[in-house]
Design a protein around this ligand. Structure first.
Ligand code: HPA
Length: 276
C-alpha cells in the first residue's frame, strides 16, 4: 500500500506538472460519472489536461469515461472537472482512486461535487430520476483513509456526522424547486461491481437502508471529507433494482438513461455552483 510519504511525493510531481501546464486556481471540483461527461458543456474552458500526461495519475479503463481534467469557469466560479473517474473494479487501490481528489485539494479546491450513475432501490424512484445523496453506506472492502495518516491532511479518526454538506443540500433543494425538478434524496450504497446485483442482493441493500446502489463515489468522498472539503453529490437513477420486477439491464441502457437525464443534472449543478 502507498504510504503518505510516497503519496506526498507523487502529489508534488503531479501538481508541478499541472501548474506548469494550466495556470488556474479552481475552488470547486466536479467529478463526472458514467455517461455524464458532457455536463461541462456550459463551462468556459481555460485549459485541459489528459490524465495520461499527469505524472502518477491513474488512467481510466472504462470506455464511457473520458480521461481528462478540465479547468474553467462555470457561472463565474473557478472549477476543475474530472471527466472520467476510477473504480475499484478496474483494479485500482482506494488510495489511487482518491489521488485526483488529493490533487484537487492542493490546487485550491474547497468544495467537491460528485455525480454517478446508480441503480434505484427505493420503489418510489423512476429511471431517469436524480437523487441527491444525503448519506452513504460503504460496502466496498476498504477506503482511502486506511493505512498511515498524515495529520497535515486530516484527522486519523475522521468524524462522519455530516459528510454531505447540509447547507449545500438546502441550496440544491431550493434550486430544484425553482427549476421544477423532481429531486429525490437518499442513501447511496457503494459496492465493488463490476457485475450488477442479483435480485436477492437488491433486496438486501434495500433492507439495509439503501435508496440507490453504485460502484463509485464513496472512496473520493471519504478522501474529500478527510481533507475538509464540503461535499454535494448526486446519482442519476439509470435502472431500477426491484427484486420482484427484474429486467435485463445493459450498459447501453444505463448510458442512454444517463444521457437523457444529463441536461437536468447539468442545470441543477450549474445553479448550485453559482451559489456555492
Ligand atoms: N447496480 C450497481 N451499480 C450501478 C447500477 C446498478 O444497478 N446501475 C448503475 N450503476
Amino acid at each position: 500500500m502507498q504510504n503518505w510519504t510516497e503519496i506526498n511525493q507523487k502529489l508534488k510531481d503531479a501538481i508541478t506538472y499541472i501548474k506548469k501546464t494550466v495556470a488556474f486556481e479552481p475552488e470547486i471540483g466536479i467529478i463526472l460519472g458514467t455517461g455524464l461527461g458532457s455536463l461541462v458543456d456550459g463551462m468556459e474552458l481555460v485549459g485541459k489536461i489528459e490524465y495520461d500526461d499527469i505524472p502518477h495519475f491513474p488512467t481510466s479503463t472504462v470506455e464511457s469515461h473520458h480521461g481528462r481534467l478540465l479547468f474553467g469557469h462555470l457561472r463565474g466560479k473557478p472549477v476543475v472537472c474530472m471527466q472520467g473517474r476510477f473504480h475499484y473494479y478496474e483494479g485500482y487501490s482506494f488510495r489511487q482512486i482518491a489521488f485526483p481528489v488529493r490533487v484537487m485539494k492542493q490546487l485550491g479546491v474547497r468544495s467537491l461535487i460528485v455525480s454517478n450513475a446508480a441503480g434505484g432501490l427505493n420503489p418510489k424512484y423512476k429511471e431517469g430520476d436524480i437523487m441527491m445523496i444525503t448519506d452513504h453506506i460503504n460496502f466496498l472492502p476498504g477506503n482511502p483513509l486506511i493505512g498511515d495518516n498524515d495529520d497535515n491532511w486530516g484527522p486519523r479518526f475522521t468524524d462522519c456526522h455530516e459528510v454531505y454538506n447540509r447547507e449545500y443540500i438546502q441550496t440544491a433543494r431550493a434550486v430544484a424547486l425553482e427549476q421544477k425538478l423532481r429531486l429525490q434524496e437518499g442513501i447511496y450504497i457503494a459496492v465493488t461491481g463490476p457485475n450488477l446485483e442479483t435480485a436477492a442482493e437488491y433486496r438486501m441493500f434495500r433492507t439495509l437502508g439503501g435508496d440507490a446502489v453504485g460502484m463509485s463515489t464513496i472512496p473520493e468522498v471519504m478522501a474529500a471529507h478527510h481533507q475538509g472539503n464540503k461535499i454535494l453529490a448526486f446519482s442519476i437513477i439509470t435502472d431500477m433494482g426491484l427484486p420482484d420486477n427484474m429486467h435485463p439491464c445493459s450498459i447501453e441502457s444505463v448510458l442512454k438513461v444517463a444521457a437523457e437525464a444529463e441536461p437536468k443534472l447539468r442545470a441543477l449543478i450549474a445553479a448550485c455552483v453559482e451559489r456555492m
